[in-house]
Design a protein around this ligand. Sequence first.
Ligand SMILES: *[C@@H]1O[C@H](CO)[C@@H](O)[C@H](O)[C@H]1NC(C)=O
Ligand SMILES: *[C@@H]1O[C@H](CO)[C@@H](O)[C@H](O)[C@H]1NC(C)=O
Ligand SMILES: *[C@@H]1O[C@H](CO)[C@@H](O)[C@H](O)[C@H]1NC(C)=O
Ligand SMILES: *[C@@H]1O[C@H](CO)[C@@H](O)[C@H](O)[C@H]1NC(C)=O
Ligand SMILES: *[C@@H]1O[C@H](CO)[C@@H](O)[C@H](O)[C@H]1NC(C)=O
Ligand SMILES: [Cu+2]
Length: 379
Amino acid sequence: MGLLKQLVSFALVGASFQGLIPRQTQEFTDEDIQSGKALQQIGKTAYDNALSRVEASQSTCTKENIRVRKEWRNIPGPERIEFVKAVECLMEKPNVYPNVTGPKSMFDSFGVLHYHLTPYVHNSAYFLLFHRLYIWTYEEKLRSLCGYTGAFPYWEWGLDAGSVENSPLFDGSETSLGSNGAAVNSTGPSFFPTGSGGGCVTAGPFKNYTVNFGPNTARDPLAPNPRCLKRDLNTQICARWASIQNTTETILESPDIELFQANVQGDPRYPAAMKWGFAVHGGGHFSIAGDPGGDFYFSPLEPAFYLHHGQIDRMYFIWQNLDWENRQNMAGTITMMNRPASRNGTLDDVLDISPVGDSFTYRELLDTVGGSPFCFAYE
Ligand SMILES: *[C@@H]1O[C@H](CO)[C@@H](O)[C@H](O)[C@H]1NC(C)=O
Ligand SMILES: *[C@@H]1O[C@H](CO)[C@@H](O)[C@H](O)[C@H]1NC(C)=O
Ligand SMILES: *[C@@H]1O[C@H](CO)[C@@H](O)[C@H](O)[C@H]1NC(C)=O
Ligand SMILES: *[C@@H]1O[C@H](CO)[C@@H](O)[C@H](O)[C@H]1NC(C)=O
Ligand SMILES: *[C@@H]1O[C@H](CO)[C@@H](O)[C@H](O)[C@H]1NC(C)=O
Ligand SMILES: [Cu+2]
């Protein structure tokens, strides 16, 4: 059943190793970390550092053409509505994969791509850079195929740790991505607190969106299987694993790329990463949950996926730019949890995401302001 796949992948039940890791956060008080002041400060430092690199470089990325990504609630309402319209437009553009019967649209093609690459781009050397290219390519399609001109959004989960149901992202208003799923009684075992929804989205954008294929446990996951979009918003998971404190400390307590990616994913192979439990990656995913949001392979068929991974990429951007000289590297092998055992990834490896997008070396993906291909920063 998918549950096993989910558990192995999104996150892992965390034992508590509190106290084992020296806190490297002395420059901030607990209050600064809880309130978000610390995150705001390191975010600003990272942004300023990235922009100074832009000024100093000869790249095609300039202060004039750089795109600044914003938190959903900091984007004006009309622009959020434009974003939703662009996503709906992508759901009408043709699928680019041949020989598949389930996928119906360009939006769906992103789901096929993720499905094919899942075993190589999670808990592996490629996790952060693959997802960086993936959501950027999605942004490019929204612009080139659907005329979107606004800011690309991310979702800072921690701002909603008090109530995901009331998040501007999920409140069901026309400036949201639609509501929670209808409340249904949960069935089956629950390893973690159950959410407040579980049924079909009841209001707002994407209420009428049809999920065309999946789940990953189906005999043919790419065969047609039209159904409603379900969500099971989960404030407890958000508060416990994806709080502002968790986000901030994950950035501050990760000395190198190997531990940073382990901490973001709660990778159980690393004792130091165990304390994060589901960690921010799993915490954000399971704050949304449902179908396909809770499906490890097909979660990109949930429109909020891209905002969740926007925040993961923002964390990576901040972490990198706090010590740019030392944070342009890669660690880990090229298979999920190194199963089956594989070689180490290298920055010269090529990531080819055709037919959805283009092909790049991982090295080209390190710098969001490198100009080839990226030119963006996070506000
Ligand atoms: C698609 O299916 C056709 C007919 O079976 C086959 O000739 C073709 O090679 C397939 N294309 C791909 C990309 O798999
Ligand atoms: C959920 O469970 C409650 C209490 O057992 C019951 O009263 C209610 O009818 C159930 N709702 C649904 C939709 O099954
Ligand atoms: C969903 O579709 C119905 C029937 O076409 C329509 O009346 C309704 O406005 C749509 N809802 C949304 C949120 O798009
Ligand atoms: C994550 O944040 C929550 C809420 O601030 C806190 O209770 C929890 O201890 C944090 N987790 C870790 C591993 O620090
Ligand atoms: C792979 O990377 C690890 C850790 O960085 C290193 O210890 C190991 O020697 C590398 N393996 C090979 C075959 O280079
Ligand atoms: Cu993924």
